[in-house]
Design a protein around this ligand. Structure first.
Ligand code: GDP
Length: 318
């Protein structure tokens, strides 16, 4: 898709490394300042207080937290977003998949439970690849083939970034539907109220009342109603507002993500030692830890950089 192009990705990675370098450099500056004022009191180094250090740490943490938010988005742009389509048999999941994909990929049948394998299809939503997984409905069953499908559904729900649950408004909400809704607790989910072409208004609004507070969309796969709204919902639930567009820089590598998280933990620790009233040089241990984690992303080592910084910034005699 347009957003997923390799060139764009390379540019984003370059941007990330630049920003991480910047964050790390600020930590190095902070360490150097603290060490210089502690180790060379005889020189005229401007004194730094714990409060000043905490302020700088907060600002760096802010940067790193934004980077982490960018990670999710980076992954989505690179790999696409995974959306699982779930629901009881025969509610219209395959029809929805076909509508979104614009071709007859899944086999639509009148026999409940015929979509036994998880099949998937990519669609393009505002330039982002969305991988749709069509799963067999969740329900109690003794049928072995069907059961494999059911287990897979639960697995797919776990794996998916977003779940599209299809509900048959003609039949109304059944306990099997409620079971699926329960499984979706805490997931990003859109509820497609399908078959409004044949169901009564009262039925549809009763379902809406029961799903109050959730993202519901009235739809008919038969009459092609609701698809655009569904695409908008996917965009809004997942992609809009996650990162602010100007300042985003994207973390695309899981190793980088872990290192940034580690750096954030270290910085949290250093703030803790300040809050506990420990001397300012105790904060340095954790700030250094954070700079080291970031250095593993940019490929730089801390000790040498701190020494260089102390001598270049504070004009200490050699
Ligand atoms: P699945 O088992 O959930 O994948 O359901 P399918 O997509 O195979 O659809 C089951 C049946 O419902 C098929 O006969 C579809 O033609 C029909 N169907 C799906 N969506 C609609 C709809 O919006 N309105 C009506 N009237 N029938 C629909």
């Amino acid at each position: 898709t347009s957003l997923g192009s390799k060139a764009a990705m390379r540019q984003l990675e370059g941007e990330l490394s630049q920003r991480i370098k910047e964050a790390r450099q600020r930590l190095i500056g902070l360490i150097a300042h603290i060490e210089a004022s502690v180790d060379f009191p005889e020189y005229d180094v401007e004194e730094i207080t714990g409060g000043m250090a905490v302020e700088e740490i907060d600002s760096v943490m802010d940067m790193l937290e934004r980077a982490l938010k960018g990670f999710e988005r980076g992954r989505v742009i690179r790999e696409g977003l995974t959306a699982a389509i779930v629901g009881r048999p025969n509610v219209g999941k395959s029809s929805l998949l076909n509508r979104m994909a614009g071709k007859n990929r899944a086999i639509v049948t009148d026999i409940p439970g015929t979509t036994r394998d998880v099949i998937d299809e990519y669609v393009n939503v505002n330039g982002v690849a969305v991988r749709l997984l069509d799963t067999a409905g969740i329900r109690d069953t003794y049928d072995l083939v069907e059961k494999i499908g059911v287990e897979k559904t639960i697995e797919e729900i776990e794996k998916a970034d977003l779940v599209i649950m299809v509900i048959d408004t003609w039949e109304g909400l059944l306990n099997e539907d409620r079971e699926i809704i329960r499984q979706l607790e805490g997931k990003k989910a859109v509820y497609v109220l399908n078959k409004i072409d044949i169901s009564q208004e009262e039925r549809v609004s009763a379902i809406e009342r029961e799903l109050k507070g959730k993202y519901t969309i009235r739809a008919s796969m038969k009459e092609d109603i609701g698809i655009e709204e569904l695409e908008k919902a996917i965009w809004e639930l997942f992609l809009k507002g996650e990162v602010d567009a100007d300042s985003e820089f994207l973390v695309t590598n899981i190793r980088h993500k872990v290192l940034i998280e580690k750096a954030l933990e270290s910085l949290q620790e250093s703030k803790k030692s300040f809050e506990m009233g420990m001397p300012i040089d105790c904060m340095v241990i954790d700030i250094r830890g954070a700079a080291e984690s970031l250095g593993q992303i940019t490929g730089e080592s801390v000790s040498e950089d701190v020494i260089n910084e102390i001598f270049s910034r504070f004009c200490l005699g050699k």
